[in-house]
Design a protein around this ligand. Sequence first.
Ligand SMILES: Nc1ccn([C@@H]2O[C@H](COP(=O)(O)O)[C@@H](O)[C@H]2O)c(=O)n1
Ligand code: CDI
Length: 156
Amino acid sequence: MYIGFGYDVHKFKKGRKLFLGGVEIAAPKGLDGHSDADVLIHALMDALLGAAGLNDIGHFFPNNDPQYKNISSLKLLETVCKELKNLKFKINNADITVIAQEPKIYPHIDKMKINISKALKLNKARIAIKATTNEKMGFIGRGEGIAALAVVTIKK
Ligand SMILES: Nc1ccn([C@@H]2O[C@H](COP(=O)(O)O)[C@@H](O)[C@H]2O)c(=O)n1
Ligand SMILES: C[C@@]1(CO)OP(=O)(O)OP(=O)(O)OC[C@H]1O
């Protein structure tokens, strides 16, 4: 069994759509980034790559490469899944936490799990997604951005 950990953070930007776990969530601002800035999926991808002993997402999907401009991070997740499968790794489970003062994440968690389950071809029951505010403290508490953490286990 191999364990991987991932962390990512993106700041809010006016005029951008908010994507988390591949779900478009109605919000006054979205997250800034080269891709769709889906911070939840980014943390998950880094956890998967880390568990497999591979480089991080910036190595696989450079943020100056036009082919990744505004790309759905679910597409990138599918590519990461293929990388692991090529190395004969099987994903066991994923446990993800989103830290966001706003918006509320819980109404969207089931759809997020379905999206990730499809992209990874992993049973939905093996995917946990939780959310917490930052109790109004720090940059997340002030609503400047959203962070996500992910832990995965994989096996050969
Ligand atoms: N962006 C968020 C933050 C929190 N939740 C849900 O609310 C619960 C309470 O959050 P606290 O930070 O006050 O502990 C939390 O357990 C989540 O269920 C959320 O959905 N979205
Ligand atoms: C996802 C990528 C894709 O170009 O771009 P960003 O959306 O800027 O996200 P980041 O978390 O900075 O990771 C880098 C890139 O791999």
